[in-house]
Design a binder for this molecule. Structure first.
Ligand code: ACO
Length: 378
């Protein structure tokens, strides 16, 4: 068994989807560098690439974009679940529950065939933003906003959330953020999805489990913790002392470090540019400048680099998104990666069933209930 546990360095699947060079800070989806995709593509194109293995031709992109836009509306049942949860459930609890319940009336729910899985993947990618936006509006006592089929995926979500069509820079920033979160090799939530799929369970079950794994603060939940860190530090002047104090107390600085990257996470580099750009247009430039100072302090003190969650926090904040929605937004994007991994797992499946090393008591005689605890009492 590996000394440190955590399956570090263990290869659990062969995948055509995504690769990472953690020493060089390179991330590739289906052969394309994420920098090129962020610059030239849209989230819709990247979804097609991840699901189908190639960037779409213009007619393919038109058809896929239309299919996504037509799939955005929620069924009455899913809408009711979201409304019921709006007052009580936290955002990730709501998303986990709503996505699970969305299988009830899915016409393909009993099929793991590739075609059925593609249809379910497309519907989930389309519906998750509607779920998140509807929940957020309901919990603020506002009416949900219908999707606008003429708007791209990213801009439509921002409009469904705020009621206003976003400007060009907000729409581009959000689209890039979705691209950057779309897939990431064998991360914890993707592994969860693949384990569930390997039992020949269905797409919705795998995505529901993956949402549960993403929720944790060591994984996708870190982006919300980063915003809380920025708010707690409060000013640029307080950064150095606060970071040192936290590290002295052996606390983790959220948004730093990564199992695979030993240098800059390329997604953080791209998001930093967007955060800087939005800061320059904002009346609150300090969220960015504070972030940059934290980055310098953590590199100097600990040699740890920012991961994707670090600059996504200030970026989303500048877009006017509440902190509690940061991780659901991560899930809204990552659903395409999870779904593609489920399809890949189903296409060449063997049950994922590792082993554990037993370190419990050696075999011992059964003790009847009347006799239990006598050793302790003696
Ligand atoms: N702050 C302070 N110290 C850290 C941090 C951090 N963010 N990350 C790692 N370390 C330290 C650990 O304390 C440990 O030190 P030690 O050897 O002195 O005990 C050492 O670095 C190695 O840490 P591990 O936990 O073994 O490394 P692992 O590969 O398991 O950790 C992880 C990866 C979980 C991402 C870690 O870096 C972390 O907790 N980061 C903060 C949470 C975070 O940002 N998560 C998002 C990751 S990206 C994503 O999931 C989308």
């Amino acid at each position: 068994m590996a000394d440190k546990g955590g399956l570090e360095g263990v290869v659990v699947a062969r995948s055509r989807l995504c690769s990472i060079d953690g020493q060089k800070g390179v991330l590739i989806y289906g052969g394309y560098d994420v920098n090129d995709l962020a610059e030239h593509s849209t989230y819709e194109e990247v979804c097609f690439l991840i699901l189908r293995g190639n960037l779409p031709t213009a007619p393919e992109l038109d058809a896929f974009t239309r299919e996504l836009a037509e799939s955005r509306a929620l069924s009455e049942e899913t809408a009711q679940v979201v409304d019921m949860l709006a007052d009580h459930a936290e955002p990730m609890e709501m998303l986990r529950t709503a996505v699970s319940s969305d299988s009830f009336d899915d016409p393909d729910k009993n099929s793991n065939a590739e075609d059925a899985n593609f249809r379910k993947a497309t519907r989930l990618i389309a519906k998750m933003p509607t779920i998140v936006a509807r929940y957020d509006r309901r919990r603020h006592g506002l009416e949900p906003i219908e999707s606008d089929p003429s708007l791209p995926h990213a801009a439509n979500f921002l409009r469904m959330l705020s009621g206003e069509e976003p400007g060009q820079s907000a729409a581009k920033t959000f689209d890039v953020a979705l691209i950057l979160h779309a897939d990431h090799e064998m991360n914890a939530s993707t592994f969860t999805a693949r384990v569930i799929a390997s039992t020949l369970s269905d797409m919705h079950s795998a995505i529901t489990g993956a949402i549960g794994a993403l929720k944790g603060p060591l994984h996708g939940g870190a982006n919300e913790q980063v915003m809380k860190l920025l708010e707690a530090i409060g000013s640029e002047d307080a950064v150095d002392a606060e970071i040192r104090a936290r590290l002295d107390r052996k606390e983790r600085i959220m948004g730093f470090g990564h199992r695979v990257y030993k240098t800059y996470d390329p997604r953080a580099v791209i998001l930093k540019r967007f955060s800087r750009m939005l800061a320059a247009e904002s009346s609150e430039p300090y969220w960015f400048s504070m972030s940059e100072k934290i980055e310098q302090a953590v590199i100097a003190e600990k040699g740890l680099y920012p991961n994707v969650d670090f600059y996504s926090a200030s970026t989303y904040h500048y877009l006017g998104i509440e902190t509690g929605l940061f991780t659901p937004i991560f899930a809204m994007s990552r659903v395409v990666g999870w779904a593609a991994h489920v399809i890949e797992q189903h296409s060449d499946n063997r049950l994922i069933r590792p082993s554990s090393e037993y370190v419990g008591p050696p075999p011992r005689p059964y003790v009847p209930i009347e006799a239990r605890g006598q050793d302790a009492a003696a």
